[in-house]
Write a protein that binds this ligand. Structure first.
Ligand code: ARG
Length: 335
C-alpha cells in the first residue's frame, strides 16, 4: 500500500519491516479517542478558518460514520494500516474523498498519539478509581461486621497482640485510599494537551491550542512543544502508582492464602472462588489470590520496561515511544 510519505521513496517498505514498524495491532485500542481528537481538531480548524464550514461538516460526519461502523462491528481497524491514526485517515479519505486529507492540517501523529493516549488513560484512571472504591466498600463491610472478632496481630510473622479484624481490614482501606490519591495526582499530569505541538516545533498554520484542549476536557496545555511530544513521564508515573496498588492487592492476597490454610484456618474459601483437585480431594486451592499475587510481577515489569524505554532518548519524539502503549494497556487490564 502506498504510504502517506512515499512520494520521495523509490521502493516500498520491506514487508518484514512494515510489520515490525506497525502498531495497529495494539493501538487500535485508541480508536474512539483518535476519532474524538480528530473531531476536536476539525472544529478548531473551522474556527480559525483553515477549513470551510462545508469541509468541516463533511469531515465530522465522515468521522461519525467511522465511529458508528466501528461500534456496530462493521469496521475493524487492522493491517495493512500502520497505526490507528493512518487507519482512520485512510478510511476517512475512502469515505469523503480528498477533503479527508485536509484533516491532518496543522498536526502530526506525534501530538496526535500523545493526545489519544492521555485521553484513554484519563478515562481508565476514572474507571480504576470506581473499582478501588468498590473494593474499599467490600472491605469496610467486613470490618463493620467484625469489630469484635479478634485475630492475632503479627509482627515478624510472630503472634504479637490481639487485634480486631476490623482494625486489620481498615489498614487495607487506608492503603487503597493512598492509591486513589496517587492516581488522582497522576491524572492531573496526564490531563495536559500536547495538541498543537505538531511534529515538535508547532506549525505556521493558524491553530487554537486552547480550543482543542477545552473541547477534549484537558486541564491545561503543554508550555513547550518539544516537551509536549517527548514527555512520557505520565506513563511511568501511572504504572508506578499502579505497581504500588498491585503490591497492596498482592499483600492482601498473600494473607488470604495463609488464612485459608489448615495451619491458620482463619477463613474458608467459598466454592464459588476456589478450585479443587481430583487426586487430593481434601484440597481447596486459592487460585484467585495466587493469580493476583503472580500478576503483580507483570505490572512491576511494565514499570521497568517504561523506565528503560525513556532512558537516554534524545529530544524529541522517537519511535521508541511506540512501546509505551502495551505496558499501559496491560497494566490497566491487569488491575
Ligand atoms: N504509531 C506511532 C506511536 O505510537 C505514532 C507516532 C508516529 N510518529 C512518527 N513520527 N513516526 O508512537
Amino acid at each position: 500500500m502506498a504510504k502517506v510519505w512515499s512520494k520521495r521513496f523509490d521502493s516500498t517498505l520491506n514487508p518484514f519491516i512494515e510489520k515490525f514498524n506497525a502498531s495497529i495491532g495494539f493501538d487500535k485500542t485508541l480508536i474512539l479517542e483518535d476519532i474524538e481528537c480528530s473531531i476536536a481538531h476539525a472544529k478548531m480548524l473551522c474556527k480559525t478558518q483553515v477549513l470551510s464550514l462545508k469541509e468541516t461538516s463533511q469531515i465530522i460526519s465522515g468521522l461519525d460514520t467511522i465511529k458508528i461502523e466501528f461500534l456496530e462491528g462493521k469496521f475493524c481497524p487492522g493491517a495493512p494500516s500502520e497505526d490507528i491514526h493512518y487507519c482512520i485517515e485512510e478510511k476517512l479519505i475512502g469515505l469523503i474523498g480528498d477533503t479527508g486529507k485536509k484533516l491532518h492540517t496543522g498536526r502530526s501523529r506525534n501530538d496526535q498519539v500523545g493526545a489519544d493516549l492521555r485521553i484513554w488513560l484519563r478515562k481508565a484512571i476514572d474507571n480504576l478509581d470506581l473499582l478501588i472504591i468498590d473494593l474499599q466498600k467490600s472491605m469496610f463491610n467486613i470490618a463493620k461486621a467484625n469489630v469484635y472478632t479478634l485475630i492475632p496481630g503479627y509482627t515478624h510473622m510472630q503472634r504479637a497482640q490481639p487485634v480486631s479484624l476490623a482494625h486489620h481490614m481498615m489498614a487495607y482501606l487506608e492503603m487503597f485510599e493512598r492509591d486513589r490519591e496517587r492516581l488522582k495526582e497522576v491524572r492531573a499530569r496526564v490531563n495536559i494537551s500536547p495538541l498543537g505541538a505538531a511534529a515538535l516545533a508547532g506549525t505556521k498554520i493558524k491553530i487554537d491550542r486552547f480550543f482543542t484542549a477545552e473541547e477534549l476536557g484537558f486541564e491545561k496545555i503543554y508550555k513547550n512543544s518539544i516537551d509536549a511530544v517527548s514527555d512520557r513521564d505520565f506513563c511511568v508515573e501511572f504504572v508506578s502508582a499502579s505497581a504500588l496498588l498491585m503490591s497492596h492487592l498482592s499483600k492482601i492476597s498473600e494473607e488470604i492464602i495463609l488464612w485459608v490454610t489448615d495451619e491458620f484456618s482463619f477463613a474458608n474459601l467459598t466454592d464459588k472462588c476456589a478450585t479443587g483437585s481430583s487426586l487430593m480431594p481434601q484440597k481447596k486451592n486459592p487460585d484467585v489470590p495466587e493469580l493476583i499475587r503472580g500478576k503483580t510481577g507483570r505490572v512491576y515489569g511494565h514499570l521497568q520496561a517504561l523506565l528503560t524505554m525513556i532512558k537516554g532518548v534524545p529530544l524529541s519524539y522517537n519511535k521508541d515511544f511506540q512501546e509505551d502503549k502495551e505496558p499501559i494497556f496491560d497494566t490497566v487490564e491487569t488491575i
